[in-house]
Design a binder for this molecule. Sequence first.
Ligand SMILES: [Zn+2]
Ligand SMILES: [Zn+2]
Length: 340
Amino acid sequence: MKAVRIEAPGIIHMVEAPIPEPEEGFARVKVEACAVCATDLEIIDGRIPANYPLIPGHEWSGIVDAVGSDEDASWIGKAVIGSNDVVCLKCDACRSGNWRYCKNFEEIGFKRNGAYAEYVIVPCYGLAEKPDDIPFEEAALCEPLGVALGAMQKADAKFGNTMMIMGSGSIGLCMLAVGKAMGMRRITVCARSEGRLGIAKQMGAYATIATENKDLEAEIAKIHPDGTDVIVDATGIESCIQSCLRICTKGGTVVLAGYGRGKMMNIRMDDIHIKNLRVIGAGNNWNMHKKAISLMEDGLIDLNPMISRRLPLEDFESAIEMARKRPEGFVKAVFVRVEH
Ligand SMILES: [Zn+2]
Ligand SMILES: [Zn+2]
């Protein structure tokens, strides 16, 4: 099969790889769509621990074409999305539903081969069926959507809360979609430049602020005169996190959903202490694929505006370049399968 493989940090190319065989409990999925994530760039550059050589790709959808054991045969032929978590299902963490804390945790696209390929091997216990009327490329976005769903759940965000989102990348925009569906008020999306704020408006943001030419704190005070209850940082950038902590209302919640790239950061501790803020870590997808696809199916969430380019896997170099350079209005590139 054709696959895009990272041989070592910085070295990525298309290879002809053997079609993988599913072991017991696993399914082989013929990949119909796989989105390029900013995290993939971190893996390509060697800034996130991964097992090289590695086929990346953790935002996928496809059709099950083989399974490792007969008891899973009912999955064959079904259109699916699914969890990337490969876990033991036996330890205390797994049994309490906290798959992420499994001692033997491995993630598809990080430690195991992902979906920048014609086929990917995934665990059957994480599969969810894709409804016919959701296109494969939108279904692939259930992965970042699941991150946003888990983050808002952890934030204990309430109907009618005011909300601000720092960052207009895919996680920021998924947070917007979830916040809208949850009845958050006056959701304001902030980013350095106008680049993707048009997409945020299209997806229903109440307001947007380009911080390079506006005073963020003065603007948000006008939009949320009674305070900002829930703030999501989807940038992982020190100055942005400092602003979030400063802006958040007393007793409010700041959700940290951006990757900090291992950096040490300065924060003004008193912003948290004196205002009694809740600061929540929210970095991963916690078995939210099924919920995510249900919300899409019911029309409560539409991520279609986030798909900027559909292209075949062969064009991986231009997809990665776009993801790095983020031209005006670009959010996501998605690889889609083409018949050869
Ligand atoms: Zn991702
Ligand atoms: Zn376990």
